[in-house]
Design a binder for this molecule. Structure first.
Ligand SMILES: Cc1cc2nc3c(=O)[nH]c(=O)nc-3n(C[C@H](O)[C@H](O)[C@H](O)COP(=O)(O)O)c2cc1C
Length: 384
């Protein structure tokens, strides 16, 4: 199937699967342990039911939303995905380019291979995601670099206190130190276009961390140093320190409990992304869409409350906005796109979601995503 024939995000997933060696596909697709959380994230959206209203003028439909003083053309953005360049060389920059063309937020991962400066050059409205390093000097320098690069919003991910048990990665051989075993090489040979890309460009390198290591360090050694820094011991005191160091907008990603959300706001966070990391961290973890209402009620209008994890359809975005989300993010959807067909694939993913939102809002009789709210949600208790 050609990328322009992909009708759904799942079609892009299939294209990505075909192009990638199993070990790489497993890394992007997988969750942890039994992968219940990944499944439940999807099921939680499948349970969202909309109540349509008819005889409304929906001839013009708006999808643009403003957050943190910026107006974006669509109500979803691209969540941070670390080591995206495993799926295609320069994947981070291809994601940034497609986000810039669509005028949607793009969050460059703290585990990206490209530098934050390069991402900000491609898309000046990009946000930077920080995995807090152990060494405060590195944190301070990263924040200074963000400021210098003109990045306005810092996203601190807190839902990786320790590494998860990602059994899929262990089974397929994606474990430190990353060594291509014979079975991985033989399987990789079934995906020659992917292999050819890396023969031309070399394997991805964590360029963003080069200022913190000695010159001409090997990729594997650099990754080992990174692993001594992240994950670090994260506490509320550390968040307070970050708040003092960072003058821009501060978003905390990975919050699920209303009390944590309130404490983020009390610590000075401007925004929260209710997220379970796409089900990749805690297999018994609750789904963000199920916790969104309680979090939003606890925080009220004191912070911008956003959501990700499990969004694969435009109607999922619509449902999340009906629950009160100020904005939504997708992780795998756009990574499937970049894996399948580079920038064109990301654009295809964005267009698929945009078109599905257009259809869903037309079907429920809502001409403007800013008017979505609980009135469009089917909640059995409300009708009995
Ligand atoms: C391959 C992959 C890598 C990820 N890397 C990061 C990361 O570096 N930082 C981070 O905060 N979240 C990371 N995430 C989580 C995403 O930002 C996001 O929370 C999640 O993918 C949303 O769920 P979805 O994939 O179902 O849309 C990653 C997710 C995937 C799939």
């Amino acid at each position: 199937m050609a990328v322009e024939k992909a009708l759904s995000i799942d079609d892009l997933r299939k294209l990505a699967k075909r192009r990638l060696p199993q070990v790489v596909y497993d890394f992007l697709e997988g969750g942890c342990e039994d992968e219940h959380a990944v499944r439940r994230n999807r099921e939680a959206y499948d349970r969202q039911i909309l109540v349509p209203r008819y005889l409304v003028d929906i001839s013009q439909r708006n999808q643009s939303l403003s957050i943190f003083g910026e107006t974006f053309s669509l109500p979803f953005g691209i969540a941070p995905t670390g080591v995206a360049a495993m799926v295609r060389p320069k994947a981070d920059l291809l994601l940034a380019e497609a986000a810039a063309a669509a005028n949607i937020p793009f969050i460059i991962s703290g585990s990206s291979t490209c530098t934050l400066e390069d991402a900000a050059k491609v898309w000046p409205k990009c946000w930077y995601q920080l995995y807090i390093p152990n060494d405060l000097n590195i944190t301070t320098d990263l924040l200074k670099r963000c400021e210098k690069a003109g990045i306005s919003t810092l996203v601190v991910t807190v839902d990786v206190p320790i590494h998860a048990k990602r059994e899929r990665n262990i089974r397929s051989g994606f474990v430190r130190p990353y060594t291509p075993t014979l079975p991985i090489i033989l399987e990789g040979l079934k995906h020659l276009p992917w292999v050819w890309d890396y023969m031309r460009t070399g394997m991805p390198y964590q360029e963003n961390w080069l200022p913190y290591v000695k010159k001409d360090i090997a990729s594997r050694e650099l990754m080992a140093i990174y692993a001594t820094q992240v994950p670090s011991l994260q506490t509320w005191q550390v968040l307070e320190t970050l708040r003092k160091l960072w003058p821009g907008k501060l978003v905390v990603k990975g919050i699920l409990h209303p009390d944590d959300a309130v404490q983020c706001v009390n610590t000075g966070a401007d925004g929260i992304i209710v997220s379970n990391h796409g089900g990749r961290q805690l297999d018994r973890g609750v789904c963000p869409i199920d916790m969104f209402g309680p979090v939003k009620r606890a925080v009220g209008d004191r912070a911008t409350v956003m959501i990700d994890s499990g969004i694969q359809r435009g109607a999922d975005v619509v449902a999340a906005l009906c629950h009160g989300a100020a904005f939504t993010f997708v992780g795998r959807a756009t990574i499937y796109g970049v894996a399948a067909a580079g920038r064109e694939g990301v654009t295809r993913a964005i267009n698929i979601l945009q078109n599905e939102i257009h259809i869903a809002t037309g079907q429920i009789g809502c001409p403007d995503v800013r008017k979505l709210g609980p009135q469009y949600l089917y909640r059995p208790g409300d009708w009995s």
